[in-house]
Design a protein around this ligand. Sequence first.
Ligand SMILES: [Zn+2]
Length: 372
Amino acid sequence: MQRRFFDANLHNGFCTRVPQRGQLASINVFTNFVFVAITDQNMPALVFVSNASDAIQLAQEGRPASGSQATTSARADFQDAPHAPARHKSGRPRRALAKTQGQNLYWFEDAPADLQFNRYIRSGYRAGLSYGECVCSVFQYHNETGNIWAHFVPLLCILISLLSRTLRPWPTAQWAFYENVAPIALVFGASVLYHTFMAHHTTYRKWLLLDMCGVFLVFIASMHRLLDWGFPCHPQTATLFTVLYYSSAVGCIIAGLKATTALHRGLPLGMLFLVRLTALLTRKLLNSGAQDSLHAYAIMEACTVTGATLNVLRVPERWLQPQVKPRTPGLLDYWLNSHQLMHILVTVSMLQLHRGASIDYAYWASQPQCPA
Ligand SMILES: [Zn+2]
C-alpha cells in the first residue's frame, strides 16, 4: 500500500501530492536509501534516512529521526542533503556513478535493485530514465542495445512483409493466419518495449509483466493450429490435448505472472512445453497430420528450451566471467550474453512456428481423406 502510494505520487524524485502528517510517502528509491515525506504545520518536508526502520519510525512519530536530515521545502533539492539518495531531478541515480562508454551508464553495484537480476553482467546499465530518454536509448550503446534490436529487427521484418504483401494470409484460413502471426509480432513487440522501458525510474514491473504476457500469449495461441490441424482423423485426441493444454495453461499463467525469478518464470513454461512435446510425439506415433511440420515444431521447441535454459543458468557469462569483482566490466556485458542468445533463439523459434503452421495449413487445405 505504501509502495503504491509512492509510485503514484513520486514524479521526478519529488512527491507531487503532499501526504497527511505522519503518512509514509515513500520507501524505495535506489539501493539503501529511503525517501520519506511528512507534513509539519502544513508544510511538506522531505526527509532522507538511510534505512527502512528509521523511515517507519519517522512516519509514525511525524518528526525526523535523529541523524536524519530534513528540509521544509517540498521542492527542496534533495541532492544537497547529506543523506540524499544518489539521484538528480530526473530520478537518475547519481552516487558513485561509473560512467561507461561516455553515457550515464552504471555498474551492476550502482544499478536499481530491479535491474540487478544477472550479477554476471557487470556494466552498461541504464537507470532512472524518463520515457523520452528510454526511447532515445534505443539508438544508444548500452547493455540492452543488443536485446532491443534482436527483437526489433524481426518485428520490423514481419510488419514490412505484411505491408508489402510478401507475407499473405492463407487463402482459406485467414483468421488462422492472423492467429499465428499476430502473437509472434506481439511477443517481439512486448520484448522491445520491456527492454526499452526497463530503465524507466518507476515502472519496471509493468514492462516485465508485459514481456511475460507476450511469451504466454504466443505459446497459448500457437498451440491451437498444432492441435486443430494436427489430428484431422483423430478428433477425440485433438480434444483431449486441447483441454489438457489450455487447462494447464491457466495455472501456468497465474504462476508465471506471480513469479519473481527467471527460474520461477521458466517452470510454468516448462510445464506447457511437456504437454506440447507429448502432443508432437503423439502426432508422430499416429502419423497424424503433416509430418513435415513436426520437423519445424521440433526445431522450435529445441530453440525455446535451449534459450530458456541459457537464460536461467546465465550461460555463457557465468563460465567466461565467473569472478564477479565490483566495478569491473565483463566480456559479455554488451553482446552475446545468455539473454541475447535467448532472443536470437526465440527469433528462430518463432520462424519455425510459422513454418510449421504453414505446412499444417497446406496439408489441411488439401482435405486429406481419413482411412475408413
Ligand atoms: Zn528479453
